[in-house]
Design a binder for this molecule. Sequence first.
Ligand SMILES: C[S@@+](CC[C@H](N)C(=O)[O-])C[C@H]1O[C@@H](n2cnc3c(N)ncnc32)[C@H](O)[C@@H]1O
Length: 236
Amino acid sequence: MKNSLLTFLNGSDMPYRLKRLIVRIFALLTFRKFKSLNRHLLTDNSRKTGEWFYPEFNNEIRRNKNCSSYIPVINSDWETRLSHIKDKESKTFMDAGCGAGYILYRACEYFKHVIGFDFFEPLVKVAHKELSTRGIDKSKWTAIEADARNVPKDIMDRVDVFFMANPFLGEIMEAFIEQIIASIKRKDRDVHIIYVKNMGRKTILKHGVFQSVEVFRDKNLSTFDTEIFEYKKAAK
Ligand SMILES: C[S@@+](CC[C@H](N)C(=O)[O-])C[C@H]1O[C@@H](n2cnc3c(N)ncnc32)[C@H](O)[C@@H]1O
């Protein structure tokens, strides 16, 4: 019953919020844990194919306050997400909290160079394996173990487009945004942030450095809002 319901919901076009409501009612009626069913709903794309599916690490990741566990946001609507970013082929992209590297894999198609970091070392190793076995040229990407509170400055300074799929909140989000702003002060350049499930948007806006330029619903996932923030370098 549980599996048929999840399969039905994942195959259906109804909005994510409605799917979540149905799952919530089902959980109430059957005394199941809503959170765990909801997670199934989100990861089902990769669960079905077995691709980028590494749930075994999540209990350990979840022990860290303000850190999201690994949910690959696969089958997402890249064309809409990236439409705001011009000259991608000359830019460097970063996935903050890259997990097993799915977004890195997709971004390699568009950007000059792609960088991912994650604080959970086993996932970084998986990302290396996933990208290598898919034959992506090693000169195209970098994946390192790092905590968002302490990403090497030289790496931060290379990035033009920061991508976040709600990887962390609270003081970690604060620290990461401060590092982006410090990087802009060291090296003035146009910078975009693509933020999926934009729960920490106030942290980005409060410095007055970034402006929100677009908010949209992913047409494939129809789950959360994605928001694009922009900083334009100072005119000379
Ligand atoms: C929701 S997943 C996003 C995965 C990937 N970006 C994607 O969209 O497929 C969040 C990732 O952020 C990582 N993460 C959480 N807190 C972190 C932190 N403080 N520093 C670095 N990575 C972190 C987790 O290990 C997890 O892999």
